[in-house]
Ligand binder design. Sequence first.
Ligand code: ATP
Ligand code: MG
Length: 271
Amino acid sequence: MSVICVDHLTRDYGGGKGVFDLVFSVEKGEAFGFLGPNGAGKTTTIRHLMGFLKAQQGQCRIDGLDCWRDSDKIQARLGYVPGEISFFGDMTGAEYLRFMEGYRKLGAGNRKKELLDWFELDPSGKIKKMSKGMKQKLGLVAAMMHDPEILIFDEPTSGLDPLMQSRFVELVAAEKQKGKTILLSSHMFEEVERTCDRIGIIRAGRLAAVDSVEALRQRHIRRYTVTLDSVQQAEAFAKDFDGQQEGCRVTVATRQSLEEIFMNYYGGRGE
Ligand SMILES: Nc1ncnc2c1ncn2[C@@H]1O[C@H](COP(=O)(O)OP(=O)(O)OP(=O)(O)O)[C@@H](O)[C@H]1O
Ligand SMILES: [Mg+2]
């Protein structure tokens, strides 16, 4: 059974906006990257998984539970970082984290201190005076301090500096090692490449591709055929460029970088 299952999910906002008949799943211990241009439907999909939105058609399930009906049970075993974190009231970061500890009924042995140290965050100040990156870090600490088995991140590193982005990638790798299941939406190709086993690319509310990083690369090999003046030249050319020779013709294959592949999808040219 898949841990996260998006099963023919549709939410039609009208005017071609929304998500349409989305199907994908994330297995236990897998990190799944969710990519796509602005407005493609990533946050909408994640909000269904969190039980904030009810599917118009289809269903989302986590651990076999219905994300809408059983959202309370699901949220207890899940860590979630929303794209735009909005904290309430006049709290300090420390007060907010204490509130979350109470809400989740966590004892002293939780991961708060470890995570605050890892992200070098001092939570003592008022949240409304914190920088964007500090708020993002606070959201990450709150989402992970109860050590959940499932992690759902919506653009987790937006606002983090490069050092902290890299800390985040290391943390995700360690969580994956422990068998955690991770869904991560991101615009940072490198972060996705470094953390994810498989990738789903969404465009205009529809999945344009779902595959392993390696399979995506394989599918986007470009082949060129070059015709030379003589067989001897063709032989030499084939040797130099690791090509396939046939008479005067040589076929060579070049690999696109993952970034080029993603940009193809983002730009709407697809395959
Ligand atoms: N409550 C709503 N009512 C109407 N349209 C909405 C609503 N919420 C989202 N949309 C539209 O649905 C589409 C998908 O939005 P969504 O926030 O899921 O995109 P996204 O992939 O997360 O984009 P980004 O990369 O910018 O975060 C957009 O066109 C958006 O304007
Ligand atoms: Mg979004």
